[in-house]
Design a protein around this ligand. Structure first.
Ligand SMILES: [Zn+2]
Ligand SMILES: [Zn+2]
Length: 349
């Protein structure tokens, strides 16, 4: 008979009503692991769930999808994971049986969900989840910084679809967490120049630390002329938008060379007033969508951080213990442009 244990969990009962409760923790099912959560990073998705702006969310919700921890217990049929090992969670829940899953595109699963939205997430001391969503981390990685690997995997997924080649000129609009990681991966792919655009000086300095060749301190819409100048009048081969919205889409298409590729990476529901397909036809632009990540993006992203090619130190702006999760969200909502990631530390109680 398994000992029944408890777990402290932050539960969002309704928008902006976040409370921390004691709940029972079930033992690991046969194909499950119990992970003792160390760190959960909060991103814009969590903020929009918290404020009620994220469409289609059913409350109550246990948020948290960018999470690391330590294996606490494994089910009878789990192979390859042992208690005490450091792990990161792949939060993309997929059925494994539909046409998308059978093609290896679990991110496009017909009944896809997100751990921390459709399924209870990591803002808890412990979570139970299927072992296939858990990836081992090298022991030396700090677990708060390692939460960034989930975002890196999402960025890597988008860049795999873009097929950035050595010598491509790549513009990254916005230099929040995903913009900075896009700039870094483009540099590693041999893109030259990599041009970072942001209105925020300290973010542009971080982008240059990531290896970006040029930093444009301007709004997206007013950066078009400078991008054209920096690409010898040709326009960019690739534009990646991490800001979202209509103005960025129009500016991105304008700053592309004929035959260029556009990645609308940011999740946005804004209508593009005045948008026509004419420039897509005339410049033969490819618009390349990407959604979340697949299992295949996780291991290479872990390796990129472990070997130091992508330095994720410096992204965590503040850390709050689980008991103060509501304060973390209040701070994030007050200053969304001032932070890259706020981390909830579950080990601190
Ligand atoms: Zn996220
Ligand atoms: Zn599926």
């Amino acid at each position: 008979m398994a000992v029944r244990r408890g777990t402290r969990t932050a539960v969002l009962e309704a928008p902006r009503r976040l409370g921390v409760l004691e709940r029972p923790l079930p033992p690991a099912g046969p194909e499950e692991v119990v992970v003792r959560i160390a760190a959960t990073a909060i991103c814009h998705t969590d903020l929009s769930i918290y404020t009620g702006e994220h469409p289609g969310v059913r409350y109550p919700v246990v948020m948290g999808h960018e999470a690391t921890g330590v294996v606490d217990a494994v089910g009878a049929e789990v192979a390859g994971l042992r208690p005490g090992e450091a792990v990161i969670i792949n939060p993309i829940i997929s059925c494994g049986r539909c046409d998308a899953c059978l093609r290896g595109a679990g991110n496009l699963c017909r009944s896809a969900g997100l751990f921390g939205r459709e399924v209870e997430g990591s803002m808890s001391q412990y979570v139970n989840l299927a072992a296939r969503y858990v990836h081992r981390l090298p022991a030396q990685l700090p677990l708060a910084d390692a939460t960034l690997i989930e975002t890196l995997a999402t960025v890597r997924h988008a860049q795999r679809r873009l097929g950035i080649a050595p010598g491509d000129s790549v513009v990254v609009l916005g230099q929040g967490t995903s913009g900075l990681l896009h700039a870094r991966l483009a540099v590693l792919a041999g893109a030259d120049p990599v041009i970072a655009v942001s209105r925020t000086r300290w973010k542009l300095e971080m982008a240059q630390g990531m290896g970006a060749h040029h930093a444009i301190a301007a709004s997206v819409a007013s950066a078009v002329g400078e991008v054209v100048r920096l690409t010898a009048g040709l326009g960019a081969d690739v534009v990646i938008d991490t800001t979202g919205g209509a103005a960025a889409t129009m500016a991105a298409i304008e700053m592309l060379r004929p035959g260029g590729r556009f990645a609308p990476y940011a999740v946005s529901q804004e209508c593009c007033n005045g948008f026509t397909t004419f420039p897509i036809y005339y410049k033969e632009i490819s618009i390349i969508g990407s959604r979340a990540l697949t299992r295949e993006d996780m291991e290479p992203s872990i390796e990129l951080v472990a070997c130091g090619k992508v330095d994720v130190s410096g992204f965590v702006s503040a850390t709050y213990p689980l008991a103060r999760a509501p304060d973390a969200f209040e701070e994030y909502e007050r200053n969304p442009g001032k932070v890259l990631r706020i981390v909830i530390d579950s080990s601190a109680g």
